[in-house]
Design a protein around this ligand. Structure first.
Ligand code: BES
Ligand code: ZN
Ligand code: ZN
Length: 496
């Protein structure tokens, strides 16, 4: 979808429909009242606005008649005025987007004035509205032989104002466009099936992003990964025909600034390996690279704006397959850190490639390490499918992640990193084993990773096993790959 700015008198806002907001039990918001002007009484008299009652999720369609710049208004209910927040705004806008789509309106306008008087910070409201509108209309139909015709979807969203946008508003539009591009990139990567989205394919996508924005990009194959001493990473891909890759992207390789390291789990398909998963939901394991996709999305979004903090992305990409060369339960691998790991369960593979990627990232003396991973089913059991677990060894970093998630509507919940649980990871044959007891599985996985984080480095582990994939559409999230984490990390980095 194309987002563009148009500065013109309201009479020239010639889109197919304008979005305005209405509150419950209160017929007009200031923006809508001002726009309707002397026509307000007639429209109110028609009862169309009263019908929708301003309820959140409902949208009234108003025909504005002769002479108006735009023939329709989508009056999106926002609920109770005193309860308005960014989340409700995103939902209201997503409802307007759904309405525009069912009416097959190609071009929709959002007057900046529609966002005034809502009690929200104006630039933030603008950014969230644009993201909510655009992301809720995402679709993946690259592999359909007869995709829905382009015209059936809104393809233009115009940001409308009568006078020049403020600097903050302009920035909000640019940031929204960057975030949207990043999330779309991540969703496309996740939704692409694993027979196409192999490690080599995803590495190529990362190379393209790096080339587009002038980042440094190193791509290593299976042999190089083994030679570097990443035995745990190697243990994951040993059974796979599609060759693994390690991708390292640096957004400012010549800078003296310590980077923020982003590490993303990129298991292009997780069969479980020799500890084979049951077939029922196995197809969803094409999304086991949701962490890697999120990091790719952050790189894309960051590249579209003037440089922020230096990012070092470390992305291990591998397929977890059974086979005669695959790792057996009980095998011992030597990690890049030198620690030996007994692999009790080959389905706990994420922590194996992540531990080596974290050690690798640590060598760059980063000012923080943030890893994103569809790591454990246990985290989904604990927090449900829409919330990510946040495991963090640093209070300041933890706050930043929680706040950024809250701003953009990606919820995180703090989880513990108890050293008490390290005992459960002791192995008879090696320094560590890769699984503890089933109970508290998400915590045990996080405590495993913690053994590989350099001392005194702030580190956040985001277990996105639940929200990386949506069984059903909700809020601005479409069914399938969600691109969860892109907007949180983007927002975190912009405000670093
Ligand atoms: N990729 C899975 C975790 C997962 C589960 C992601 C459901 C998304 C939805 C991970 O590799 C895995 O299989 N974890 C095991 C760990 C166990 C063997 C200790 C799990 O969660 O069951
Ligand atoms: Zn697994
Ligand atoms: Zn996995």
């Amino acid at each position: 979808m194309e987002i563009r700015r148009k500065i013109a008198p309201a009479s020239q806002w010639a889109t197919d429909a304008l979005i305005f907001f209405v509150f419950e039990n209160k017929e007009l918001t200031p923006g809508l009242g001002e726009y309707l002007g002397k026509n307000a009484p007639a429209l109110l008299g028609s009862g169309a606005l009263a019908d929708v009652k301003g309820q959140l999720g409902r949208v009234a369609l108003l025909h504005t008649g002769e002479g108006a710049g735009s023939p329709r208004i989508l009056a999106a209910g926002l609920g109770k005025p005193e309860e308005t927040d960014a989340e409700k705004l995103r939902q209201a806008v997503a409802a307007a987007a759904a309405q525009a789509r069912s009416l097959e309106l190609p071009a929709v306008g959002l007057p900046v004035s529609a966002l005034s008087g809502l009690g929200l910070d104006a630039p933030a409201a603008l950014e969230e509205s644009l993201a909510g509108f655009s992301l809720s209309l995402y679709r993946y139909d690259a592999l359909k032989t007869e995709p829905a015709p382009e015209a059936a979807y809104p393809s233009v969203l115009e940001v409308l104002a009568e006078s020049e946008l403020s600097e903050d508003e302009n920035l909000a539009v640019s940031e929204a466009c960057a975030q949207i591009a990043g999330v779309v990139r991540a969703r496309d990567m996740i939704n692409t099936p694993a027979n196409l989205a192999t490690p080599a394919y995803l590495a190529d996508q990362l190379r393209q992003i790096a080339d587009t924005y002038g980042f440094q990009c190193g791509i290593y194959g299976a042999e190089a990964i083994s030679e570097m001493g990443m035995g745990c990473f190697e243990s994951v891909f040993k059974g796979a025909g599609n060759e693994a890759r390690l991708v390292v992207v640096d957004t400012a390789p010549n800078s003296k600034e310590a980077p923020v390291a982003l590490v993303g789990k990129g298991v292009t398909f997780d069969t479980g390996g020799i500890c084979l998963k049951p077939p029922l939901k196995m197809h969803e394991m094409k999304a086991d690279m949701g962490g890697a996709a999120a990091v790719a999305g952050v790189l894309e979004a960051s590249g579209m704006l003037p440089p922020g903090p230096r990012i070092l992305a470390v992305i291990p990409l591998a397929e977890n397959m059974p086979g005669s060369t695959a790792t057996r339960p009980g095998d011992v691998a030597t990690s890049l850190s030198g620690k030996t790991v007994e692999i009790i369960n080959t389905d706990a593979e994420g922590r194996l490639l992540l531990c080596d990627a974290i050690t690798y990232a640590g060598k760059f003396a980063p000012r923080a390490i943030v890893d994103l991973a569809t790591l454990t089913g246990a985290c989904v059991v604990a927090l449900g499918p829409k919330v990510a677990g946040l495991f963090c060894n640093d209070d300041a970093l933890s706050h930043r992640v929680l706040e950024a998630g809250e701003r953009v509507g990606e919820p995180f919940w703090p989880m513990p990193l108890w050293d008490l649980y390290a005992k459960a990871l002791e192995s008879d044959a090696a320094d560590l084993k890769n699984v503890g007891p089933r109970e508290g599985g998400a915590v045990h996985a996080a405590v495993f990773l913690k053994q590989f984080v350099p001392k005194d480095t702030p580190w956040a582990h985001l277990d996105i096993a639940g929200p990386a994939w949506a069984d059903e559409a909700y809020q601005h999230v479409t069914k399938g790959g969600a691109g969860f984490g892109v907007r949180t990390l983007f927002s975190l980095l912009r405000s670093w």
